[in-house]
Design a protein around this ligand. Structure first.
Ligand code: F6R
Length: 610
């Protein structure tokens, strides 16, 4: 992952770099650094172990100033979080470099450079790049040539920003496998991992393409494609707003985002429904002609987005009568799979930058899919630019690392897709109107669920001293349970696993004793009685049950069974509704544990490495 920013300008660029890093912190936050070339053409650098705030403090204590600079916020891949492993990396006070990605052949390059007399100061895969450029510049002093020569030896993914003491008003940027945009100013240029980082300084952006190398001077930008041809890339004007989202009085972004779900869902439905029918064009120009031919659906995603895919698969098979297969992107991308005729490929991603999901989409584009559709929350992301059809969830920026409103709005988008496809597969207009009503009822019903906040906060206390938890569900509530377990583990660090309740007796029941909390999702549906039998198995082993049930589920509370009757009536929206109390439970447990809720350890919001 990691976030990178760079600038070449007349003015001091350090405040721009620091602000950019703050905005990129969702990409990684274990260490940070910045380097500028000062007025004496000396490369100056500050690096810290910790977050961008710490870098800002260090910078206030001993400010750097210069018109050319690069900066980085890190999510460690090679080498632990430490000052030495933090970027920018510098070779012999000459070349400074920031890198987002992974160099797969760094070990062999390291060996070669060691034999050539280079000493390494970090455990990163990045240092070989900066050394390589330094080495190349000894034979040809042109920095652009040196970068070309060096990257021709690299395997892996890399977005790079490179500055050179000998050519102090120049910045070289490279994009291969990791995102990078160029911000166009007046007499100044910027680079960053995403548009958002640069919105305070420009609205005009050039999206580099795979393999592009940009030679950036204050007054001149030259872009080379992967074959070293000079190319013209268009300037896009962003409509995004520069305002950094605030917490609006909530203690954490995650809580704000949980509570903003009714609005996020309303926004995601707006203009997507007309006269009780789904507006197919919202999926893209060719959506109608593709949807009429769909005979199967393949969904690929990671993490929370994968869970949304699992729920959608059940809907697709049940409502649209079409077979659907869901796969984790990191598996799909390396697996030979059979594409049946007329299969629509759907990838789901909040960020639109997840490396595995992007690679899966690229693979699908080369295979015989009927079409590719991306469901995404970020309009100007790589995935939205690569997919043939795009449906944007309008959840607004999600800042908390744990995904909440992105998940529920993905489900809304997927339900719209199910009905849109189902229309060509026997779904009547009357059915469509009924489903649309269910969707439109969602914001109000989610609001009702949020009213359970205080009860869930009390329930969370029972988890304060726990190290493990089991989540159970059946049917479309298994992915809900999986999502609940993921939320709990990622922000409270309690080991949590989800199982199909019917699987319990095939192994996990061995874990159940009086210290094992078991959380069950028990809507009043056709599987309720089956689930109740599974819960009896837990009770008989003195397991502590926490059951989320409908008022009509008739689940009785006892000493070992806590029941939260939520105001949900079972219908197709129920997986969305049951997600809300599980998000709140994870949140309040993490509050009790004093965890860093918006930036949990070891994680990052946008996973741009595989
Ligand atoms: C969990 C979470 C992650 C993401 C996953 C995919 O709360 O946020 O599991 O869902 O990294 O990210 P996107 O959806 O951006 O592709």
């Amino acid at each position: 992952m990691c976030g990178i920013v760079g600038a070449v300008a007349q003015r001091d660029v350090s405040p721009i770099l620091l602000e950019g890093l703050k905005r990129l912190e969702y990409r990684g936050y274990d260490s940070a650094g910045l380097a500028v070339i000062d007025e004496n053409d000396v490369v100056q650098r500050i690096r810290v172990l910790g977050k961008v705030n710490q870098l800002q403090q260090e910078h206030e204590a001993s400010p750097l100033s210069g018109g050319t600079g690069i900066a980085h916020t890190r999510w460690a891949t090679h080498g632990k979080p430490s000052v030495n492993n933090a970027h920018p990396h510098i070779c012999r006070d000459e070349i400074a470099l920031v890198h987002n990605g992974i160099i797969e052949n760094h070990e062999s390059l390291r060996e070669q450079q060691r034999s050539a007399g280079f000493e390494f100061t970090s455990e990163t895969d990045t240092e070989v790049i900066v050394n390589g450029i330094y080495q190349a510049i000894q034979t040809n002093p042109d920095i652009l040539e040196a970068v070309f020569q060096t990257i021709s030896q690299l395997n892996g993914a890399y977005a790079l920003g490179v500055i050179n003491k000998a050519d102090p008003k120049r910045l070289i940027a490279v994009r291969k496998g990791s995102p990078l945009v160029i911000g166009v100013g007046i007499g100044e240029y910027f680079i960053a991992s995403d548009v958002f980082a640069l919105l305070p300084v420009t609205q005009r952006f050039i999206f580099l393409e795979e393999g592009d190398v940009a030679d950036i001077k204050r007054d001149k930008l030259t872009i080379y494609d992967k074959d070293r041809n000079i190319v013209d890339r268009p300037i896009n004007v962003s409509e995004l707003n520069a305002d950094v989202a605030d917490k609006a009085g909530y203690r954490h972004y995650m809580l704000k985002e949980i509570f903003s779900q009714p609005d996020a869902i309303s926004e995601s439905l707006k203009s997507r429904i007309e006269d009780g029918k789904i507006v197919i064009n919202e999926f893209g120009q060719n959506a109608d002609s593709i949807f009429t031919r769909v005979k199967a659906v393949k969904i690929v995603a990671c993490g929370t987005s994968y869970h949304a895919g699992l729920i959608a698969a059940n809907w697709i098979e049940e409502i649209a009568n079409i077979s659907c297969h869901v796969e984790i992107a990191s598996e799909f991308r390396y697996r030979k799979s059979v594409v049946t005729d007329n299969t629509l490929f759907v990838c789901i991603s909040q960020s639109g930058e997840t490396a595995d999901t992007l690679a899966a989409l690229q693979k699908a584009k080369e295979e015989k899919y009927l079409g590719t559709l991306a469901i995404c929350n970020v309009a100007e992301s790589t995935i939205t630019r690569e997919a043939e059809l795009v449906f944007l969830t309008h959840a607004g920026p999600e800042i908390g690392v744990a995904s909440t409103k992105a998940f529920t709005t993905q489900l809304v988008a997927l339900f719209l897709l199910v009905v849109a496809i189902g229309r060509n597969n026997g779904l009547s207009l009357e059915d469509e109107n009924g489903y649309v009503k269910q969707l439109e009822s969602l914001p109000g019903r989610v609001n009702q669920l949020l009213l359970h906040k205080d009860e869930i906060e009390v329930m969370a206390k029972s988890f304060a001293d726990k190290h493990h938890a089991l989540f159970l569900g059946r049917g479309n509530f298994l992915p809900v349970a999986m999502e609940g377990a993921l939320k709990l583990k990622e922000i409270s660090y309690i080991h949590a696993e989800a199982y199909a309740a019917g699987e319990l007796k095939h192994g996990p029941l061995a874990l159940v004793d009086k210290d094992m909390p078991v959380i069950a999702v028990a809507p009043n549906n056709h599987l309720l009685e089956k689930l109740k039998s599974n819960l009896q198995e837990v009770q008989a082993r003195e397991g502590k049950l926490f059951i989320f049930a409908d008022k009509n589920s008739e689940v009785e509370a006892t000493d070992n069974v806590r029941v939260l009757n939520i105001s949900a009536v079972y219908d197709f929206m129920a997986p969305i509704l049951y997600t809300i109390p599980l998000q709140l439970l994870a949140y309040y447990v993490a509050v009790i544990k004093g965890a860093d809720i918006d930036q949990p350890r070891n994680l990052a919001k946008s996973v741009t490495v595989e």
